[in-house]
Design a protein around this ligand. Structure first.
Ligand code: HEC
Ligand code: HEC
Ligand code: HEC
Ligand code: HEC
Ligand code: HEC
Length: 185
């Protein structure tokens, strides 16, 4: 059976079969990138939260991003800090501004009642996409590379489109993986 065709013909036949898959896959990527690319002009405003939180103010106190988002370097999700972590300061720290102090009081009420602040999540990929923070943080990418200048935002906003084209173009540039199953499994 295997002698019916010379070896080289067999190889050629195989290559052309793989070729069809490769062309199809590349076509798909091109199409997706093309169809999903309102790329640079993207920005999504923050939803209204139960307690406001200014990144600009808190990061200016020289608190590191990973003091609050401590899971970013070791797990899939970056995580948002618990009220307990806020109370490390706000047990004592109050605001001179009466309006802001009301917000701090709200926070203390959550803490006293051991209730979590149920924040509305902003960044959210579809369930069929796998995005691990740890790999990206450990490889040395700054948070700002994907989240913009968060340290200047009073209300955190989403600045990247989080489309497949966005992921793939950085992977192409920085030698990240491009196989479909790496992100879809
Ligand atoms: C003192 C704690 C604290 C620090 C420091 C902090 N964050 Fe946050 N971060 C939060 C809280 C609380 C939220 C929840 C968002 C809200 O309610 O507005 C949040 C939300 C976010 C979000 C949006 C999450 C979502 O819903 O999609 C991003 C992105 C983010 N932070 C990035 C950063 C970056 C980058 C830094 C450093 C420049 C940083 N954070 C520093 C507490 C902190
Ligand atoms: C390292 C200490 C520290 C931590 C941790 C901290 N804060 Fe603050 N926070 C401050 C200081 C200092 C101010 C400014 C007080 C003033 O107005 O003079 C402030 C102000 C605020 C205010 C009023 C101003 C505003 O941004 O609206 C709120 C609300 C607030 N913090 C919420 C939080 C929440 C929620 C967390 C936890 C995710 C948190 N803080 C964690 C130190 C901290
Ligand atoms: C390579 C791009 C990239 C980098 C670098 C990155 N993020 Fe993210 N971040 C994302 C994406 C994509 C999502 C949405 C993830 C999802 O929905 O599964 C996200 C979601 C978040 C969220 C909300 C959901 C969650 O995971 O809890 C927070 C908070 C956050 N990032 C903080 C950070 C911080 C802090 C850093 C730096 C230590 C950082 N990110 C670095 C791309 C990035
Ligand atoms: C700013 C550049 C950048 C962006 C944007 C980015 N990545 Fe990555 N990603 C990388 C790099 C670089 C690596 C390789 C890291 C390494 O090898 O240590 C990587 C690796 C990965 C891995 C492999 C992790 C593992 O455990 O093998 C997955 C999965 C991944 N990225 C998913 C995504 C998804 C999904 C998005 C979009 C939502 C995305 N990435 C956006 C740079 C990026
Ligand atoms: C680096 C990560 C990454 C790689 C590699 C990747 N994808 Fe995706 N893909 C995504 C993200 C993120 C989305 C979600 C886009 C959105 O919601 O806009 C997506 C969405 C999709 C969708 C749904 C499109 C839609 O309209 O919502 C299909 C189909 C898809 N990808 C197929 C593929 C195929 C086939 C490959 C391999 C050729 C591939 N992907 C490789 C990250 C990736």
């Amino acid at each position: 059976m295997s002698q019916l065709f010379p070896r080289t013909a067999n190889l050629l036949a195989r290559l052309s079969v793989y070729g069809i898959f490769i062309v199809a896959a590349l076509g798909m990527v091109a199409l997706l990138i093309y169809s999903r690319s309102p790329y640079p002009a993207f920005a999504q405003k923050s939803p209204t939260q139960p307690v406001p939180f200014s990144h600009a103010l808190h990061v200016s106190l020289k608190i590191d991003c990973q003091y609050c988002h401590a899971d970013a370097r070791r797990s899939t999700f970056a995580g948002v800090p618990s009220v307990k972590r806020c109370m490390g300061c706000h047990q004592i720290v109050a605001s001179k501004d009466a309006e802001l102090q009301k917000e701090v009081e709200k926070l203390r009420t959550f803490a006293k009642e051991s209730r979590p602040v149920e924040r509305v999540r902003l960044h959210k990929l579809a369930g069929f996409v796998y995005f691990p923070h740890k790999r990206h943080v450990q490889t040395g990418l700054a948070c700002q590379q994907c989240h913009g200048e968060v340290q200047t935002m009073t209300e955190v906003a989403q600045v990247a489109p989080l489309t497949m084209g966005w992921c793939v173009s950085c992977h192409a540039e920085r030698k990240g993986p491009l196989e479909c199953v790496v992100c879809h499994h």
